[in-house]
Design a protein around this ligand. Structure first.
Ligand code: HEC
Length: 254
């Protein structure tokens, strides 16, 4: 009898740990989906700077369902996979928040006189993070880098991010952590490094990389980039920072 009981107990344990790992796997996939959907939106914003900065004209592609379709197309091209099922509130809210950010910028985007609108991947990411935190769905997206060179104080990394960035600089890859915390609460977290591209140096590079200095006498060069920040003198060899995504466990199981 006691051996039967023990067997039953063991079976129950196996069953529960099986459930837990299936759940962990599903969560890992979800964090990955959210990261990739977000990365696709950043890429779309990056590739469509000419449309964004165009003075007036038809900008319908940047709003509502058209924008979502464009993010989906970018996702297909980038990952060569079908767009993830919107089977969780966090994914649906993410898409909705993106559309809302663009809607908030509608007047600026449609302005017929302003050229550079300043809606670049970094500012889009920041506005999206803020919107998600107001919605309080337990999904946090942050574009971050080492504290010494942070432009926006709200992007300052927390302890987990600092630790992961140290690892990434030694071994660049995507880091996933199923047992992390965010503001003291258990969370799934993922950090995806962003490769440095020549385009980044337009703003974060040296004075000679600044398009505002093009064709000017070096004595007249400015180290203020087109967004009004002091340039950091990064080179292509520097660490570009990355995207940090966290989902609070208490929220995800709802
Ligand atoms: C047009 C200018 C411009 C370009 C080009 C640009 N950035 Fe930035 N970047 C900014 C601005 C402005 C911010 C601050 C955004 C905000 O207010 O949150 C920023 C913020 C960041 C941050 C977040 C940390 C912080 O300092 O607030 C990282 C990481 C970053 N940029 C990396 C990159 C990388 C990597 C590239 C190229 C793929 C790039 N940037 C291209 C202007 C630029």
């Amino acid at each position: 009898m006691s051996t039967n009981l023990a067997k039953m107990f063991a079976l129950v344990l196996v069953f529960y740990s099986g459930l837990a790992s299936a759940n962990d796997l599903a969560m890992k996939r979800m964090v990955e989906d959210i990261t990739n959907i977000f990365m696709s939106s950043m890429e779309y914003i990056f590739k469509n700077q000419p449309l964004i900065n165009q003075k007036g004209g038809n900008k319908g592609e940047l709003f509502g369902q058209s924008f979502i379709s464009n993010v989906k197309n970018t996702y297909h091209m980038k990952y060569r996979q079908p767009f993830p099922d919107l089977d969780h509130r966090a994914k649906r809210m993410l898409l909705q928040a993106m559309v809302e950010v663009l809607e908030d910028n509608r007047i600026l985007l449609n302005d017929a006189e302003i050229g550079f609108k300043g809606l670049i991947p970094a500012t889009f990411a920041f506005q999206l993070s803020r919107k998600l935190s107001i919605k309080g769905i337990g999904l946090t997206i942050k574009f971050t880098r080492h504290t010494q060179s942070i432009r926006n104080k709200a992007n300052i990394p927390d302890e987990w991010e600092v630790e992961i960035m140290d690892k990434i600089q030694k071994e660049p890859r995507i880091y996933y952590d199923a047992n992390a915390t965010l503001n003291g609460k258990p969370a799934y977290r993922q950090f995806t490094p962003l490769p440095m591209k020549p385009y980044c140096l337009n703003c974060h590079g040296a004075m000679r990389n600044n398009p505002l200095n093009k064709g000017k006498d070096p004595a007249q060069w400015t180290n203020i980039d087109m967004t009004g920040f002091t340039m950091e003198n990064w080179t292509l060899k520097d660490f570009g920072g990355g995207v940090s995504i966290s989902i609070e466990k208490s929220v995800i199981t709802e």
